[in-house]
Design a protein around this ligand. Structure first.
Ligand code: FAD
Length: 568
């Protein structure tokens, strides 16, 4: 019998260490192994991906390709610029593939795509091997052991995890890799005009790169940002398995930090270096295995002589949160990403206070905002022009660097939703989706629901003040001075409330607080006034959420589905 000809499809696992799927591929003792990445128009044209995340992906691909070539100089990562749905049937035939192997992906879109690919493989007589490797536990197993319900708390993950069994120890990286087979692409004559995404590619001027299946030089190279027509990235954070493993090593070498880590005690205002691991983008792209992370930390904890921290606040506890959101998404699918139709997400009539006030009936006061005002709030929030330096600093850090600390994410998400603007969490999640280098659909959606008190968490009366909260961590305002340089010379007394500074001081410090936009000249910069009175907005938000809770609708309520909720 002839030996298997295996296509290994890299997706969420841009690494060689601890890859159960790659091991499964190698266990087939193949005659040849094609390590490939396929272009997925869903991500290129439909998802929101800013230049920083593109850069991180390209870094990971380059690093992986080099690592593969270091093991076998005849091989590398072969990047094919076509949608898997149209590419695979041709590739199976051309390269005489007998097995397709990949890591399981439970994201809503990925499930649909993979079902289609599995069907195409079966039609072509290709065997498909799928292995879990992206999370500590298989999200579907977590759900099964959680009585078929989405995992909505870390303790549910822990209980379900106990029933599943111990988290597997990481696997070593392979020491050898088979050669790929011949790399002919005789079918690559036609343009994929039947593909609906082709037209949007054409419109964006990406026609050439899209139709050149093996890249501009025909060598299956990892693309560059300019080939993709994407502007330059601005993030200092770089991708790749090599970087990820070095970062992890330096973390676990600090045994005190690793064993006593408590998330709520880490400072959101710390930068260069940040207070948490910053391994999230590596976990997202799979340049770091979460089990490698888990066990390297757990081994330190097991040997630690002092008092180690415990989940959920410990470092391994953070990975349980990640699994929790994956479990919730695995069962809810697309519904997880929205309020509408989602049985686990509270319906809150965002943009305006909910209709019924518990004490006084209808709210018709001056804090009612219309959609245009809500849109202005959203834009000012997004681009760091709210007039609240703490919020603006965070949003500018996010835009420039693609990463902000967890409590920073809390602060801006609370501010946009239930603690200031009263704007739908889905709008905020879209901005994060575009700008985060660690954007993980499950974690982003779940955390936004948490912060909006729409699911997972319900203590809506606990809001973050954009003044008092950062002061707790950074009295001098170093973080604000770094990301809102207009305020660099402000006295620390006014750094979080610059609008309170006397005009003479504003002039002395070179920045006037006025209007609603940035600007200024050589002499004086201009930083906007706060876009609303925070204390008043907070009050109105809290009472509005209170009403929404009292009405008690969820996203799947018939009154939400047919739009009649407002008659309540
Ligand atoms: P560490 O504190 O070092 O934690 C280690 C790892 O645990 C992280 O890398 C991450 O994979 C995981 N983790 C930690 N906290 C969480 C959490 N609350 N939820 C899920 N996983 C967690 N995380 C993402 O990975 N992708 C996202 O798109 C994302 N969006 C978020 C949106 C909002 C509104 C909020 C409040 C949080 C979001 N998070 C997201 C969770 C969390 O903020 C980041 O995972 C964390 O800040 C990443 O930094 P780190 O690697 O230094 O984390």
């Amino acid at each position: 019998m002839s030996k298997p000809r295996v296509c290994y499809w890299f997706r969420t696992d841009l690494r060689l260490h601890d890859s159960p799927a790659l091991k499964a591929a190698l266990d087939l003792t193949p005659e040849c192994l094609y390590p490939i990445w396929t272009w997925d128009p869903h991500y290129v044209y439909k998802a929101r991906v800013g230049p920083n995340r593109w850069q991180f992906l390209i870094d990971c691909q380059n690093d992986l390709s080099t690592s593969i070539a270091n093991i076998n100089p005849s091989s590398k990562l072969f990047v094919l610029r076509e949608a898997p749905q149209t590419l695979f049937p041709k590739l199976f035939k051309e390269w005489r593939i007998s097995h397709l192997v990949f890591e399981k992906d439970t994201d809503a879109y990925a499930r649909e795509r993979d079902e289609r690919i599995i069907q195409l493989a079966h039609e072509a007589g290709v065997k498909v091997v799928v292995r879990t490797g992206r999370t500590l536990y298989d999200p579907d197993e977590l759900v099964k052991k959680n009585h078929g319900e989405p995992t909505m708390s870390v303790s549910q993950v822990q209980n379900a995890g106990k029933l599943i069994g111990p988290i597997p120890r990481p696997l070593p990286a392979p020491k050898s890799l088979p050669d790929p087979g011949e790399l002919s692409l005789s079918f690559n004559q036609e343009r994929p005009t039947q593909d609906p995404d082709y037209n949007s590619a054409h419109r964006k001027g990406l026609d050439k790169s899209y139709s050149a299946l093996a890249g501009p030089n025909g060598d299956f190279s990892v693309p560059t940002l300019s080939e993709l027509g994407i502007e330059q990235s601005t993030t200092p954070h770089r991708g790749g398995e090599k970087n990820a493993l070095e970062m992890l090593l330096s973390i676990v070498m600090d045994k005190d930090y690793t064993a006593t880590f408590e998330k709520p005690k880490t400072a959101p205002t710390a930068f260069s270096p940040q207070a948490t691991t910053l391994l999230s983008p590596h976990l997202h792209f799979g340049s770091l295995s979460c089990r490698e992370f888990y066990w390297r930390v757990q081994d330190v904890v097991n040997e630690y002589k002092g008092r180690a921290s415990n989940p959920p606040t410990s470092l391994t506890g953070q990975l349980l949160f990640r699994d929790m959101y994956f479990g919730a998404q695995a069962i809810l699918g697309y519904k997880f990403g929205q309020t509408y139709g989602n049985p686990h997400c509270r319906f809150i009539p965002w943009h305006l206070p909910s209709k019924i006030d518990i004490e006084s009936g209808l709210i018709t006061n001056e804090y009612f905002i219309d959609s245009a005002t809500a849109q202005t709030y959203l834009e000012r929030w997004k681009y760091g022009r709210t007039g609240f330096p703490w919020i603006d600093a965070l949003m500018r850090q996010l835009r420039q660097e693609g990463w902000i600390h967890h409590l920073g994410r809390h602060a801006v998400a609370c501010f946009l939703t239930r603690g200031g603007c009263y704007i739908d969490w889905e709008r905020g999640a879209e901005v994060f989706e575009e700008w985060l280098i660690d954007h993980e659909a499950a974690c982003n959606i779940g955390n936004w629901q948490w912060l909006a008190c729409a699911a997972f968490y319900s203590q809506f009366y606990r809001c973050y003040s954009p003044v008092a909260f950062p002061q707790k961590w950074d009295k001098e305002g170093r973080f604000v001075r770094r990301y809102v340089p207009e305020l660099e010379h402000y006295d620390q007394k006014y750094i979080y409330e610059p609008w309170k500074a006397p005009i003479a001081d504003q002039k002395k410090w070179g920045c006037l607080i006025k209007g609603d936009a940035l600007g200024g000249d050589e002499k004086f910069k201009i930083y906007p006034k706060p876009m609303f009175d925070f204390a008043k907005r907070r009050e109105i938000c809290i009472s509005a959420i209170k009403n929404a809770y009292k009405v008690g609708l969820y996203g799947n309520d018939p009154k939400v589905l047919d739009g009649s909720w407002w008659k309540l």
